[in-house]
Ligand binder design. Sequence first.
Ligand code: ADP
Ligand code: MG
Length: 684
Amino acid sequence: MADLQTDVRYIKGIGEKKALALNKLGIFTLQDLVSFFPRRYEDRSQYKPIALTQDGESVCICALVADTPQLSRIRRGLDLVRFKAVDESGEVNITYFNQPYVKDNLHRGDAVVFFGRIEIKGTRRSMANPVYEREGMENRVTGRIVPIYRLSAGLNQRLLMQSVRQGLDSCGGLLPEVLPESVRERNQLVQARYAYENIHFPANFGALELARRRLIFEELFVLACALGRIRGERVREGGIPIGDADLETFWSVLPFRPTNAQCRAVDQAVADMRNGMVMNRLVQGDVGSGKTLVAAALIWYVWKSGLSSAFMAPTEILAEQHCETLTHLLGPFGMRIGKLTGAMTAKEKRAVKAALKEGELDLIIGTHALFSADVEYRNLGLVVTDEQHRFGVEQRAALIGKAGRPHVLVMSATPIPRTLALIIYGDLDVSIIDELPPGRQKVDTFAVDESYRVRLNGFIRKLTGEGRQVFVVCPMVEENEELAVPLKSAEEHAKELQQTFPELRVSCVHGRMKAKEKDAVMAAFVANETQILVSTTVIEVGVDVPNAALMIVENAERFGLSQLHQLRGRVGRGQHKSYCILVSDADNEEVKARLSILCKTNDGFQISEEDLRLRGPGDFFGSRQHGLPATHIADLGGDVAVLQRAQSEANALLAEDPQLERTENAALRESVERIFRQNTDSFN
Ligand code: ADP
Ligand code: MG
């Protein structure tokens, strides 16, 4: 007797090989199988008499095979089976290319349903490669809305469909009802059994819609419960106690006033740390909104309680810059600041590690090296990570092992549509810095094509003549990539520019260089020893060169809008009027529409919303850049209203039963735990 955990191997028609192909799709058990939802559907529900079919339409026809199918070889590698099919109203020529076996499957006089695209030339109708099946067959692939699944090598649609059918027949009745009845009723959602049946084999489009609505809700509800539970658990953990300090002492030494948004973020973080829980806060703010200062204030605050901080940057270059900035801000208070990166010599590293172990440093800035096994901390109170995904489980465990339970501040410049921040960072508290420091100039942005090259070079000459510097970004070239539009490689482009501008110094930094080499090139640019820096996107995050007033992005069509916005944020950081030029020769309306958004606005949130709208949430979330579990059916961008309903229902339920211990919530609890098991790297 099969149950939901039965291995797919035991399905009729699934042998060892096909089971492996299913495993590739993440399908191991019958439960996985019935939860493997179709990617799309094909409407094969319409039947028509042959004579009423229209040119170009896809329909089913019920017909008789009117002559014996003939196999002919047109040429090597091209076989053709052809015959006529008729009904009371007319006839149609049917052809199959390279499917010689059709000749043996169909015989004169057979009653067959064909589904395909009708073509009409003059009065003659034809159908090429139609789907067919004998009238009255089971597992029908015609005469209904047919599911289309994602496949892996060794599988085909029919096999997958049959397997799902068997899965549903053998254990559809065992599917647990994850949604509490009251939730289901309040939100008018259909029952699990009905939903699973109709998501695969919809009786009609209305039923499909009901099924989808319920399953989307369920998925988001379970996700919200999972995230809510983490948040709930966190509050109970004992955070490292932080004392009192007067932030005004810190603010007052700055050359400028913090913005209201910066103050608010700092106050929220301080409140977290002081109320006894472990802070786990995300500070989200557009490029240039001044996140570093927020971190500095908190590092200072924690230091006032006798605790040290660690600041982790994603790259060596950034670690270097942050070290400079923070030393500048915090050094005057007498804080002892150190650096630990992979580029340092073994001797230097040893010295820093010894100092950390002895508690001789109040702030350590570095890359991932900060959390390698041989680094020991004394009194670590706060960990800041910049422009970095949140910690995975392993890093978190490493941290806890090292340092008790330090407070964690994550800083991200990836703007996320406001409506989504809540669910995406549902397990973190979020502060949003929605205000730029005063006096910031708008970066004028233009999208141009190759025909502007000469003018563009003239512009470079003008700005560098005024003493400014220029960033040029080229896309990363994947090896063996077939390209419609030729790409500028950073190295070659740098050579060309050097020839065009013999009087300037052009340097180049790219991902294949060693960290030390990159650092040297960056340092030279920061010091204005070179005027044009050509790079791949390694400079995307954080680098601060206030004298740079021009950002040129080559092959701009290759970048996402948010990414371009980040790149643009590299200029306009000083007092000079700054520009961003997006060069693209792609002759494509969609690309043009996308780039024009950047020319129109400087608001990162608005840009990400547009990006989401244009590219669709699949792309936005497909890369899983936010570390959220992949959803099967819910579309985190489009289903915002459902998301909010699901979230508030989840919160209400967790308020009553925080651990999901009640018997009636057992199935839900199991689903929540399944998410944790499947996504160990997503949750921290
Ligand atoms: P990001 O949020 O992109 O990390 P940074 O922290 O690098 O931004 O800050 C960008 C620039 O703005 C820095 O040069 C910083 O000194 C400056 N800055 C930050 N806060 C303020 C403020 N309140 N007033 C004026 N300038 C500020
Ligand atoms: Mg930054």
